[in-house]
Design a protein around this ligand. Sequence first.
Ligand code: 0FX
Length: 247
Amino acid sequence: FNNILVISDNNYLCGKLENILTEKLSSEQSVNFSISPFSDINEFKEFIKSEVMILDLKKENDVNFIIEHYDLILSIHCKQLFPGTLIEKIKCINIHPGYNPINRGWYPQVFSIQNNLPIGATIHEIDGELDHGPIIDRDFVKKNSYDTSGSLYDKILEKEIELFKKNIDSILNNTYKTFLPENEGNVFLKKDFNKLCKIDLQEETTAGKFIDKLRALSHKNFDNAYYIDSENGEKIFISLLIKRQND
Ligand code: 0FX
């Protein structure tokens, strides 16, 4: 591949992978960076040394521009769906913060804690379905009883960087091998996350399951889990503060 386009909506990961990628390019190869229209370009510029374009995969003109100019697309947490025309014409490779096919879809570590599923990261070719195509590489990360969404997510990002480093040569040279996911696995969507966030104060459960739910919904400063105050109908957000004995 000679003309590479990175599409991303995650400035931290994209910045890390830019450094690894640009070092690996041969003299014939070049890379450009783009983000979705809803990402903040100024924030991105703080993380990426190269120029950053805004490309909207819903716009035919932008898709045609990509098809004309590039022969490999690397999706680094791109929040737009890749249209069929793009996938058919150009090799599209995705880095997913979950272990395919176990953790397909949205915020994988949240559902991994909530449903007690193993988790990791995956590099795969994009096909017509979400986090579904032929797998180039994948690996697990360790999930502990004291992980929150936030702490587990940080481990997954590091795993994504490790997998990228390990596979980038064979990707750039188009010499990588793939294998198909064993089954359809699990897919969780944004609407599943939104539903999970609402705590039903009448629900009966075990302490273990309730702690798991709060761990799954505790991620740095995000307002995720909430219940409704019975007096004024206001949302009251809660999250878990976890401290280990040896911390
Ligand atoms: O870029 P990303 O880490 O990944 C997301 C999806 O999880 C992933 O499956 C998809 N391939 C990719 C394109 O988009 O998402 P983020 O930077 O918006 O969020 C990172 C984490 O932050 C998320 O895993 C959970 C947490 N978070 C985020 C938001 C916006 C929350 O806990 N609450 C929130 O409201």
